[in-house]
Design a protein around this ligand. Structure first.
Ligand code: UDP
Ligand code: MG
Length: 134
């Protein structure tokens, strides 16, 4: 059964010109692009997306980073899309992400880790709501 997830190409990856290559990986895996929008997050959207991390040492830096320039916001769909996208992305810290994953191939440090993807179907519903109002 098809599932939806929220995936976002972060500002460092947009600045570095990686958008096309990253989107190709999701398309190559067979996922469908349902929605896509280019733009800079408001601090309110960033805070809503990362509410679970409020108060952690990296939180302020994370909000500054994610609002530092345009991102590519996407809703992707396909069987098991949430877990499939997390697998394609790789571990949170690019230094630990396996080669062949997006973070493993395009990132080096955890505070600029290239891409975001929902971590559960419940998070996906919440995040799609934040960014696409559905
Ligand atoms: N992050 C960070 N430093 C850390 C941990 C996380 O800057 O020590 C940032 C990083 O951008 C990460 C985001 O906070 O993607 C959310 O962290 P989470 O643990 O939810 O990782 P994710 O779900 O993105 O893999
Ligand atoms: Mg997370």
């Amino acid at each position: 059964m098809s599932q939806k997830t929220y995936v976002m190409i972060k500002p460092d990856a947009v600045r570095r010109g990686l958008v096309g290559r990253i989107i190709a990986r999701f398309e190559d895996a067979g996922l469908t692009i349902e929605r896509m929008e280019f733009g800079t997050l408001t601090r309110e959207q960033a805070a809503a997306n990362y509410a679970e991390h409020e108060g952690k040492p990296f939180y302020e830096g994370l909000v500054n980073y994610i609002t530092s320039g345009p991102v590519v916001k996407m809703v992707l769909s396909g069987p098991g899309a949430v877990a499939v996208c997390r697998k394609l992305m790789g571990a949170t810290n690019p230094a630990e992400a396996a080669p062949g994953t997006i973070r493993g191939d395009f990132g080096l440090v955890v505070d600029e880790n290239v891409i975001h993807g929902s971590d559960s179907p419940e998070s996906a519903d919440r995040e799609v709501g934040i960014f696409f109002g559905e």
